[in-house]
Write a protein that binds this ligand. Sequence first.
Ligand code: ASP
Length: 314
Amino acid sequence: MVKPFIIGTRNSGDYLHGGAKVLREGGSALDAVEAATRLVEMNPNDTSVGLGGIPNILGVQEMDASIMCGKTMAAGTVGALKGFIHPISVARKVLEHAPHVMLVGEGAELYAKVMGCEQGSLETEESKKVYKAFVEDAFEHEGIDESQAWVVNYARSQNLREWYDRLADEHHGTVNIMAMDENGDIASAVSTSGTALKFPGRLGDSPIIGAGNYCDNRYGAGACTGRGELAIRNSTARTIVHYMEGGLSVKEAAFRAMKDIHELNSFGGMNCLAMDNKGNTISATTVEGRESVYYYMDVDMETSERRVGITVPE
Ligand code: ASP
C-alpha cells in the first residue's frame, strides 16, 4: 500500500502542507488537491495563479481552473472566470453539483455566485504593474492608441503576434497538483490566470479536461503548464494517461508526450506533471536547458522534497 502523498509544480512546495494535512487526517485526494491549490491561489506573491494573477490584454484577470477525481472520473472546470477568489473551488462545485463539466465567463460567474463562492478582486500592485509595463511597451513598439481599437489589430496582425509571443512568454505559469489518498484514490487540480495578456475569452489548456488535466484511478494522472495551445492540440494530459494505459511507465509516458509537443513544431514550451496509480511520479519539460522541478510530500514528511524530472529536447 502506497503512503498517501501529494505532488505539485511551483516555485516551492510550501502549499503542499495544506493537502498533506488533509491526507494525514484521512481525507480524500480530491479534498487534498483542492486545499493545496487554494493556498497557491491565495498567495499574492505567486503571480499567474489566483490573487495577483496576470491580466489579459484589456487589463482584466480571467482565471481558468479544473479538478478531476480519478475514482469516479467526475470533473469540474471553469474558464475565463472573473472576480472570484478561488477558481479551483468554483470548479469543485461544478464537479459536485452541476449537470455539466465546464462553465465559462458570465455563466461560470453566475454559477459561482449562486453556489456562494467567495467574491473579490484578484488585483495586486504587481499585477497592475505588469499590465502598465505591457501598455507602455505596446505604445512604444506598435504605436497603439488609447481607444483600444488596436485590440482588433492585435488579433489580426502576425506582427503583433510575434511581439505577443515575446512578451507573454516572460509572464506565465500554472499550478498542477495531484494526490493519492489512503484508499489509493487519486485526484488532480490545475489553476492559472492563463497566458499573460491573452485575448479576452481565450481559454488555455487548464480548464480543458484531457488537455491540461486528466486523472483515472486505473492508470494515473497527467497535467500541464506552459503554452496551453500546444496541450490543447495534442490532448497532452489524456495522452500521458493513454500511454500509461498502453504499458509505458510514467516516465516514458511523460517523455513521449513531450516529444509529441515537439512534433507540432510551434512556438512555446510545454511542461507536464504525471503520476501512476502505484505512486511513481515525474515531471517533464520541452524547454532545453530548463530543470523540470516539482515537489513531493507524503503524510510522514514535515517538509516537501524537491524533485527534478526530465528535460526532453527536440
Ligand atoms: N498553461 C497555461 C495556459 O496556457 C499557462 C502557463 O502554464 O503558463 O493558459
